[in-house]
Each structure stands twice: as structure tokens, then as C-alpha cells.
Design a protein around this ligand. Structure first.
Ligand SMILES: Cc1ncc(COP(=O)(O)O)c(C=O)c1O
Length: 483
């Protein structure tokens, strides 16, 4: 994490507190905390929070991440795109003009809840690269513009999930999606993956497990292309298999595709949505192909669902930012965005190569990792007995940061894994980061050899998976009526 501000995917929830309470010196009754000039250490509001806040805890590792923005730390943790590669002079000029006398009266105004039509038309052009076009039933009328991919996921959850509902999701899964499902009080059942993405037999098994518990999964959440955090891509034969299984089970598929245009071979993969008009909700964002700071994403949904999404979005935000929408629409109408995506792909490919080569050269035997063909991430499996979350303070002390695998499973399992990002640091910094990490892992292995391999605090439910999958099996089996 080298930029300023929080990473979108390095933690799950906000810990915004109520500083005014401490400042006002609210009298402490039972349950009130110690006070200091800096505020309280306990929470006076515990009995007033909504139930949905119960499982939403601040990340224990956030304190450590606050040091990863220091220049001496090599961060392989954050998922921040390398926006410095944008033509910032031209972009700056365009943004200035959009806010000025020629356009300001429109761009600084409210807009419609569904999003601006000019942008929705551009979105259809972008989706056509992934095979989603008019021939597969895509139209600007069925697009809802959102505040990044994150609000898109939140809207889908608001529209479909009641407390206690089941969501199937890859194991591991994007941490921001897990946060959304947790806020919706849904149960996540993880479906194991391997190097070819989600395992069809495991999906069938997960559906059966959910059915045995007397429940029905509301949807499958999946990132088929260049997965965050696993770095793998759903193989061509499996795409049809997964869609068939979902269709037979009446299971909606939520396809989250922020990285689909960032494949290193150049040709975007046809999205799942390009194969099915119905039964697939397609979510994407301009955060990785243009700029996350503008916070613009979208959902393409069947018409009836689109209507519900708009109603839910209006209740939540009234409308997306007209300024940000205009900026994106103007960028895609007037600047060489296809060439820019090519530039991003080349930068990321070089960094991916640097990470993979460094891992091969430097990591001790017994460490395994995935080989992404696009996107930002490598998923690394530690030698047996090591725990990525336990090891993190020592890694930070050695001036290298990563995200422990525990953040990517709803039940906090996944401790034998970590996510490494190559999107932001230069190849030289990546190599230096891996050199530091390898030393930490080697020292950890020596320590385990002396003190035993039972990793302290090893997360329950993780299968140490030499057999090719890299996650927990169905990590969380819901029981009937469980909330
Ligand atoms: C898989 C996935 N979905 C959604 C998002 C959120 O995207 P945005 O920054 O547009 O909200 C991210 C961001 O890292 C992501 O990796």
C-alpha cells in the first residue's frame, strides 16, 4: 500500500467511532470505558447498535497497515492500480474543463438514479469487449451506474439478501464482497477453487450441503477472470459447466469482473454474462482500467432486477456523482483508452513476471503460488505449519507487507495463505520485497522446527491443501434457521 488513504480490499469494515462522546465527557455508567484525552477505550454505545454490526469488526491488521505506507516498507499488500501511468496532464485538463463554465452547470448538478445515459452507452461499448453486446441482450437501459464496484455489490445484496440467507462464494473471496454479505447478515458458504477456478463438483456439493441444511443459496458470487485474491481464471470448459449447474439449481450468478480487460495475452475472455442473457448479473468498475478515485462502477441486470437496483440505489445515494460520470464518459469518448489499457497490461505483466521470478529464485521449498494470466494478485501457500497472520508482525518488522489469507474467508480460515499484489511497486521493489519475505519465512520455519509445527492460533477449518485446491472446504455450513 503505497498511496495515501485506505486500500479498498485490505480490510473489511470501517471503524469510524463517535469521538464527540469522549470530547463531551459523557458520564460513564456500566460498560463505559477508560477515558483519556485521546478518547475512550471501550464503547458506550454497545447496546444500541443494529444487529448487523455484530459480526463487523475492525481488522486486527489495520494498525500494521498504517506503517506500510512508509517508504522503507515494500508493500505487496494493497490493490491500488498504478494510476501514475495515466496521461495525467490531459486528464487534469479534461477534469478542469468539466468543472468550468462550459460544462459545470450540468456536471455539478444532480443526475438520475440509474446513471447518465451517455455513460451507460459507453459502458455497453466497454462490455462488448468481453462479448456482452446487443446480440446477448445487453442494452444501456439495463445498466445501473454505481459508486464503484463496491456499491454495485452492496445493491445486489440489498435487493436479494435477507438475514440468514446463503451466498455461495469462491474460497477465497474478495474481502469487500465478504464485508457486504456480512453486513446483509448472510451466511457465506465457500466453494473451493484450484488453478482453473471454481471446482464444478465442489459447487454441486455445496448446493447439496445447503439443501441438506434446509436452505437455498440466493446466488453464487464469483470473480471468474484474474481472481482477487487467488489470481486464477475460470477455465473455458468450466465456464459452461458452472453456468449449467447454476441454471439447473435455479441459482443466480453474480459475476464480478473488475480485471477482465487486464489479461496479459491481450484478448479479453468472454464473460459468463456473454453466454447467458438470464440468470447472470454482471458487475464491473472503471477502478482498474481508469481511476478508482472517480468511484464509478456498474451492474448489468435483467430488466426487472434493474428496476429494483435503481430503487435501492436511489434510497441509498439518490444518484451517482454526475461529475465523476461525465469524467468517465468524456475520457472514454475522447482519449485513447484502448491504448491506455494496453499500457496498463504491459506494466502489470512486467511486474507479474518480476514477482513470479523472484518467488522462484528466493522462496524456500514447500512454498507454492498461483501464476496469474492477468489482474493484480498472486495467492501464496506457505510451507506447512506456518500461519500468515501470526507471521505478519515479523514481516512488517522486516519491512515487507502482504495480506494474510484469513481476510478472504468468511470464517477467518485461510491462515496458510497470503495474497501478494504486484500492481503498484516497481519490479525492483517487488524483488526486494520478496527477498525480505523469503527471509521471514525461512526464520519462521526454523522457529517451527525448534518449537513444533502446530501454528499458534491456526485458523480452524483450513485444509492444508497439498492436493491442488487452495482454500478451506465448505468453510461454513449453515444450520437451519441460523442467522
Ligand atoms: C473483485 C473486486 N470487486 C470489486 C472491487 C471494488 O471495486 P471499486 O474500487 O470499483 O469499488 C474490487 C476492488 O479491489 C475487486 O477486486
Amino acid at each position: 500500500m503505497t498511496g495515501s488513504g485506505p486500500e479498498p480490499d485490505s480490510h473489511r469494515t470501517s471503524d469510524r467511532g463517535f469521538p464527540f462522546a469522549a470530547a463531551a465527557g459523557v458520564a460513564g455508567g456500566a460498560g463505559s470505558g477508560q477515558r483519556s484525552s485521546a478518547g475512550t477505550t471501550l464503547d458506550d454505545y454497545t447496546d444500541r447498535y443494529a444487529q448487523r454490526m455484530r459480526g463487523m469488526t475492525a481488522s486486527e491488521i489495520r494498525a500494521l497497515f498504517s506503517v506500510t505506507s512508509r517508504p522503507e516498507v515494500v508493500s505487496l499488500a494493497g490493490g491500488a492500480p498504478f494510476v501514475s501511468a495515466l496521461p495525467l496532464d490531459a486528464v487534469g485538463e479534461m477534469l478542469g474543463s468539466l468543472g468550468g463554465p462550459a460544462h459545470g452547470a450540468t456536471t455539478l448538478q444532480y443526475s438520475g438514479g440509474q446513471g447518465d445515459l451517455a455513460l451507460r452507452e459507453r459502458i455497453c461499448e466497454v462490455m462488448a469487449l468481453s462479448g456482452i453486446d446487443a446480440s446477448t441482450g445487453a442494452s444501456p437501459d439495463d445498466v445501473v451506474v454505481t459508486i464503484g464496484g463496491q456499491q454495485a455489490l452492496d445493491l445486489v445484496s440489498r435487493v436479494f439478501l435477507d438475514p440468514g440467507d446463503v451466498v455461495l462464494a469462491e474460497g477465497p473471496s474478495y474481502v469487500g464482497a465478504l464485508g457486504v454479505f456480512q453486513a446483509a447478515q448472510a451466511d457465506v458458504v465457500h466453494v473451493p477453487m484450484d488453478d482453473d477456478g471454481i471446482i464444478p463438483e465442489a459447487l454441486t456439493e455445496a448446493l447439496a450441503t445447503v439443501a441438506r441444511a434446509g436452505k437455498r443459496a440466493k446466488f453464487l458470487y464469483t470473480v471468474p477472470a484474474y481472481h482477487n485474491p487467488a489470481g486464477v481464471t475460470l477455465s473455458e470448459p468450466r465456464r459452461e459447466q458452472i453456468l449449467d449447474i447454476a441454471e439447473r439449481a435455479g441459482l443466480l450468478v453474480v459475476e464480478d469482473d473488475p480485471y477482465g480487460l487486464l489479461g496479459f495475452s491481450g484478448e479479453p475472455l468472454p464473460a459468463l454474462r456473454s453466454r447467458r442473457r438470464d440468470g447472470v448479473l454482471y458487475v464491473s468498475t472503471f477502478s482498474k482500467t481508469f481511476a478508482p478515485g472517480l468511484r464509478v462502477g456498474w451492474v448489468l441486470a435483467p430488466h426487472a432486477v434493474r428496476e429494483k437496483l435503481v430503487i435501492a440505489s436511489e434510497a441509498q445515494i439518490l444518484c451517482p456523482s454526475m461529475f465523476a460520470q461525465s469524467a468517465i464518459a468524456t475520457y472514454f469518448a475522447s482519449m485513447p483508452w484502448r491504448e491506455q489499457i494496453k499500457t496498463f497490461r504491459e506494466i502489470y505483466r512486467e511486474r507479474r513476471d518480476a514477482l513470479l521470478a523472484s518467488l522462484t529464485d528466493l522462496m524456500p521449498a514447500g512454498t507454492r503460488w498461483t501464476r496469474p494470466e492477468g489482474g493484480f494478485y498472486v495467492w501464496l501457500t506457505l510451507p506447512e505449519g506456518l500461519h500468515s497472520k501470526e507471521m505478519l508482525p515479523r514481516a512488517i518488522a522486516a519491512r515487507v507487507a502482504y495480506v494474510p489469507g484469513t481476510g478472504f474467508f468468511a470464517d477467518g480460515s485461510g491462515g496458510s495463505h497470503m495474497r501478494l499484489s504486484y500492481c503498484f511497486p516497481t519490479p525492483e521493489r517487488i524483488r526486494e520485497g520478496v527477498r525480505r519475505l523469503a527471509t521471514v519465512v525461512e526464520e519462521e520455519m526454523k522457529m517451527r522446527a525448534v518449537f513444533g509445527t502446530a501454528a499458534p492460533g491456526a485458523a480452524p477449518g483450513v485444509s492444508w491443501t497439498p492436493a491442488g485446491t487452495f482454500g478451506a472446504a465448505a468453510a461454513h455450513t449453515p444450520s437451519p434457521g441460523q442467522e
